[in-house]
Design a protein. Structure first.
Length: 188
């Protein structure tokens, strides 16, 4: 039976340098499942997508500025990767607080590639089993996570994947976990 997200808004938190496919693929999966994806950014009007961190891709309109975003308005959170995107987000106190609020509310969170850097900064990875781009494995282990090299890992409402090659599995889990709703065992 197909998962449905009818009536659910899904927050996508990102800024310039986002790996374009890691935004557009789960975004389309959310739409296809009847959900409403919402692009949230600390930036103003648009963000710059990248293809492979070195080639400029498309620009994307920001729906809600991070300063105006309220975690309680969203059923779940998706954090795409991209080295520049992830590095900038983890230094934004408002982005860190926004992500942590989803854990505090036991809501599903999905992060791919370099996106888990933000989760490390939010202090929510200790004791969790996760995957990421391989270069983050030491960072995640040092923050208390168990890092595994798998396509997609789901740990009590936290979904992680390694890279754009994992997007089919990642996007399916984004939809599945958001459709399930709150996970009591999801924690900060």
């Amino acid at each position: 039976m197909a998962q449905t997200l009818d009536g659910k808004k899904i927050a996508f938190l990102l800024t310039d340098g986002v790996e374009q496919a890691e935004l557009t693929h789960p975004w389309q999966a959310v739409k296809d499942a009847g959900g409403t994806p919402v692009l949230i950014s600390p930036k103003g009007d648009t963000v710059q997508g990248m293809n492979g961190d070195t080639e400029e891709g498309d620009t994307f309109d920001v729906d809600v500025k991070l300063a105006d975003a309220k975690p309680e308005d969203y059923a779940s959170l998706v954090i795409p990767g991209g080295v520049v995107n992830a590095d900038h987000l983890r230094t934004e106190k408002a982005a860190v607080a926004f992500a942590k609020a989803f854990f505090d509310a036991h809501k599903p969170v999905a992060s791919i590639c370099h996106g888990p850097w933000l989760l490390i900064e939010a202090g929510v990875v200790d004791g969790r089993t996760m995957t990421s781009y391989p270069s983050l494995q030491t960072d995640l282990r040092n923050a208390g996570a168990t890092w595994v090299d798998e396509t997609v890992v789901v740990d009590a409402g936290l979904t992680t994947s390694r890279n754009p090659g994992d997007l089919d599995a990642f996007s399916a889990k984004v939809v599945e976990e958001a459709a399930e709703g709150q996970h009591p065992e999801q924690h900060a």
